[in-house]
Design a protein around this ligand. Structure first.
Ligand code: 7GP
Length: 833
């Protein structure tokens, strides 16, 4: 696909020239890759280019670190087990403002620029929304010039690569590091030791005080790997610091393993296992020891790293919370509460009360889910075997906490049990969300509705205890990656009219509102969308062999596969439309391409069967001559950041159809809307706010509200009644049950249909008719191209609220109390922006 480089113009303030870039590129090919052009592979060229760009980032990076060091500025530490970054090269070019220049240089050297960009393996170190949010946030932190670090795990294997074989998902390991990672710099000099297992002992110190010593069973090393994160056209380059586990090769190693060579190697292997692989579960509990070790590993390394920085800056320990604002991205890093306490108590000999005050003032906690099964809990015996000292500390935190509760709610034993950090019902567990709530000064949800439901439901008791801790921070996404980089034609259409201030201040898009009434502008807008669809149709053909018509409406549902997200509701509608088209070939509906994408957790069998359902329905419909290509169903394999960048710009319709009250926010919904897709959705997560912003008349709403869902469940929900009373629904389910979409195999989808008929926990049947009716409205609307385009424009230009810059500003003001520190470049410099 030809990239339009217009939005990347405007970088002539830099003294970087094409000649310098060309020279740098050829030098790197020679001195780093050790190749002449004649023998160089595509990967050699990609690496040479990546190193050339990294070279140009280093001055900003070093200057940023020096500025921060000298200013002693307050620093935001974003702790996250996942950072779903996506490819770096294109994004760095956009943020540096040299995309167009570099493209020209590469082409003048006779190389294909798009191919080099595509050569980068994306670092897929996350599962979905939570990990991608972390990536958007660190982009915004750098753009807003906030001193910040992202702390996480350098998984050797990220999220698996998905292929589709015979309609089923297959997983392949993600070897993202196989060709080298030019963006990271290892910092072995800042390695940290992490202890695991063993037991604790009491001893009396020289002042006669009783203290506790942790005698670990093993020690692993954490090696930090740093990646620079550029702000958009600022001098700021913050750091993403990811920890890799290794065996310590020191003398301890020999002492423990003397004479046992194989044992020693074995210990090396088990140590390296900790950062080996990302757990591919999204919103699901796994309860595996290795996962707890991963969490503790990166948290301990990160806190020790902060203490290291505090020491070199000569800041007293008592001011830890003034120097650092630490955000817990869900409960995955919640063990940090106990670890900071342990470090302060046992290693720095701080008193309990002082340690507790520092801890609470340091942390803040973001919750990302309302699904009870996704709230992390660790079985006590497992927890004790990995972190014996932390369990003691948690018991102590709990006992002091429950004393406080007892005073406030005298005699309310049931409340104590509900609030306790330990779940005592049957097998005992440590409740990580409770640890995070108790140890933090702020607790937030990720959309208005979600934050309300946290207070009413999942964290109700904590809200009643500490209402002042609760707040909302609606999610956002970065317009740099999700508009400029992925949709350059739309970006340049916008910049041609209003300049490019909108990239840092997305609300400026509203200046384009009047253009929705301008027929010429509408035509240009439509043409951009159409060109993006043509490009995507070619991509689909290459990946799946399916031909789709770019004139048809591109209707997308891309996200992790999950029952609560209801991809199968989408399928039920497709089947009913198919049925109607077969019965009435003259039905006046616009041609539609239904596109799906998303991974299923490998152990989540229902989700895998939902993929098979989509592909099976597609197999029948796509080949049915009666349909004459008026509808097509496509499963786009391996949905990730890279494919997302092609998808959002090509979408007409965005499916956001979760059961109300289940999707915490959603962020794909924002990416679609920004790129001019209309939404069909329930009043769930951030859909509510998107509808508020773009206007109810530009949004297709259906389904029960969260309150109605609650009421229906309370009064007794009987899905079978809907089946019996709605002939369309009955027809669809009967077709599935009869094997019409499974080559006669009536068993293939039996589990799915029976589950719906008898339980339907996500209320597909209750929402079915409302959804089908709403889809008819969508179809009618699409027939009026002018009106549709108008709505599309208004969706995009009213999406300013959903920039992650807005989210980050609110976190900075309300939770982190962090201020920008503009960066002065050091010494004589050749290319400031
Ligand atoms: C997701 C939520 O499902 C999604 O609604 C939200 O937009 C996103 O986080 C970012 O806030 N949750 C996860 O990805 C996840 O793994 C389990 O949650 C704790």
């Amino acid at each position: 696909m030809e990239q339009n480089t217009a939005p990347y113009r405007e970088h002539n303030r830099t003294s970087l020239t094409k000649e310098k870039l060309k020279q740098g590129f050829l030098d790197n090919l020679y001195f780093i890759q050790g190749k002449f052009p004649t023998l160089a592979s595509r990967n050699d060229y990609y690496l040479a280019l990546a190193y050339t760009i990294r070279d140009r980032m280093l001055h900003r990076w070093i200057s940023t670190a020096t500025n921060y060091y000298e200013s002693g500025a307050r620093t935001v530490c974003y702790l996250s087990a996942e950072f779903l970054m996506g490819p770096h090269l294109g994004n760095n070019l956009v943020n540096m403002g040299i995309f167009g220049m570099v493209k020209e240089v590469v082409e003048e050297l006779g190389l294909n620029f798009e191919e080099l960009l595509a050569q980068e393996e994306e670092p897929g170190l996350g599962n979905g929304g939570l990990g991608r949010l972390a990536a958007c946030f660190i982009d915004s932190l750098a753009t807003l010039e906030i001193p910040a670090l992202g702390y996480g795990i350098r998984y050797e294997f990220g999220i698996f690569e998905q292929t589709i074989v015979d309609g089923w998902q297959m997983e392949k390991t993600d070897k993202w590091l196989r060709n080298g990672n030019p963006w990271e710099v290892p910092r072995p000099e800042w390695a940290q030791e992490v202890r695991l297992g063993g037991h604790t002992e009491q001893y009396t110190d020289e002042n006669g005080r009783l203290r506790v010593r942790w005698v670990p069973a093993k020690i692993v090393l954490g090696i930090p790997y740093d990646t620079p994160i550029l702000g958009y056209r600022t001098n700021t380059a913050n750091t993403l610091r990811l920890w890799k586990s290794e065996a310590p090769e020191s003398f301890d190693f020999e002492v423990f393993n003397r004479g046992d060579y194989y044992g020693a190697v074995d210990q090396k292997v088990t140590s390296e296992n900790i950062s080996k692989v990302l757990y591919p579960n999204d919103e699901q509990l796994s309860g595996k020891q290795l996962r707890l070790e991963q969490q503790y590993f990166f948290v301990s390394c990160s806190l020790r790293d902060m203490l290291r920085v505090l020491a070199i800056q000569n800041i007293p320990l008592s001011r830890f919370h003034e120097k650092f604002a630490v955000q817990l991205n869900d409960t995955h890093p919640a063990i940090a509460v106990a670890e900071l306490m342990r470090l302060l108590l046992d290693e720095y000999l701080v008193d309990w009360d002082d340690a507790w005050e520092i801890t609470q003032r340091t942390f803040a906690y973001t919750n990302h889910t309302l699904l009870p099964e996704a709230l992390e809990q660790w079985p006590l015996p497992l927890f004790a075997s990995v972190l014996p000292r932390h369990l003691e500390i948690i018991f102590e935190i709990n006992s002091r906490f429950l004393d406080e509760v007892r005073i406030k709610f005298l005699g309310d034993e049931a409340r104590l049990a509900r609030l306790s950090l330990i779940n005592e019902g049957g097998e005992r567990y440590v409740r990580m969300a409770h640890l995070a709530c108790v140890g933090s000064h702020a607790i937030n949800g990720v959309a208005e509705l979600h934050s309300e439901l946290l207070k009413q439901d999942v964290l109700k008791d904590f809200y009643e205890l500490w209402p002042e801790k609760f707040r909302n921070k609606t999610n956002g996404v970065t317009p740099r990656r999700w508009m400029i980089l992925s949709n350059p034609s739309l970006a340049s259409l916008v910049s041609d009219r209003i300049g490019n201030g909108w990239v840092r201040d997305l609300e400026q898009l509203r200046q384009l509102e009047p253009m929705a009434d301008d027929a010429d502008f509408r035509k240009e807008w439509w043409d951009v969308k159409r060109a993006n669809k043509v490009a995507f149709a070619q991509y689909i053909f290459k990946r799946t062999g399916i031909l789709v018509d770019p004139e048809s409406m591109f209707d997308f549902q891309v996200k992790r596969i999950h029952e609560y997200k209801r991809q199968h509701l989408n399928v039920l509608h497709i089947i009913s439309l198919y049925r109607r088209l077969k019965e009435n070939p003259n039905l006046e509906v616009p041609p539609r391409t239904f596109l799906f994408g998303g991974k299923a957790a490998p152990g989540y069998h229902t989700a895998k069967r939902m993929i098979k359902l989509i592909t099976s329905v597609g197999e029948v419909i796509n080949r049915d001559p009666d349909i004459r290509d008026r509808i097509k169903v496509v499963f786009v394999p391996n949905f990730n950041v890279t494919t997302g960048q092609k998808i959002y710009p090509a979408a007409d319709l965005s499916e956001q159809i979760s059961t109300a009250g289940k999707e915490a926010s959603g962020t794909g919904n924002m990416k679609f809307s920004m790129n001019g897709a209309l939404t069909i959705g329930t009043l769930d997560g951030a859909n509510v706010e998107i509808r508020e912003e773009v206007g109810a008349e530009n949004f297709f709403l259906f389904g029960l509200t969260a309150d109605e869902v609650y009421a229906l469940r309370a009064s007794g929900y009987h899905p079978y009644d809907y089946y019996n009373t709605n002939p369309h629904l009955k027809d669809v389910i009967d077709l599935l049950r009869g094997g019409s979409f499974s080559r006669g195999d009536a068993d293939l989808f039996r589990g799915l249909t029976d589950g719906l008929l008898h339980h339907d926990p996500y209320l597909l049947f209750a929402d079915f008719q409302s959804y089908v009716d709403c889809q008819e409205e969508v179809s009618r609307a699409y027939l009026d191209r002018d009106h549709w385009t108008r709505m599309s424009i208004l969706n995009a230009v009213r999406s300013g609220k959903f920039s992650s810059d807005r989210s980050i500003r609110q976190y900075c003001e309300d939770i982190w109390k962090a201020e920008p520190v503009p960066i002065t470049l050091l010494g004589q410099n050749e290319e400031p922006t």
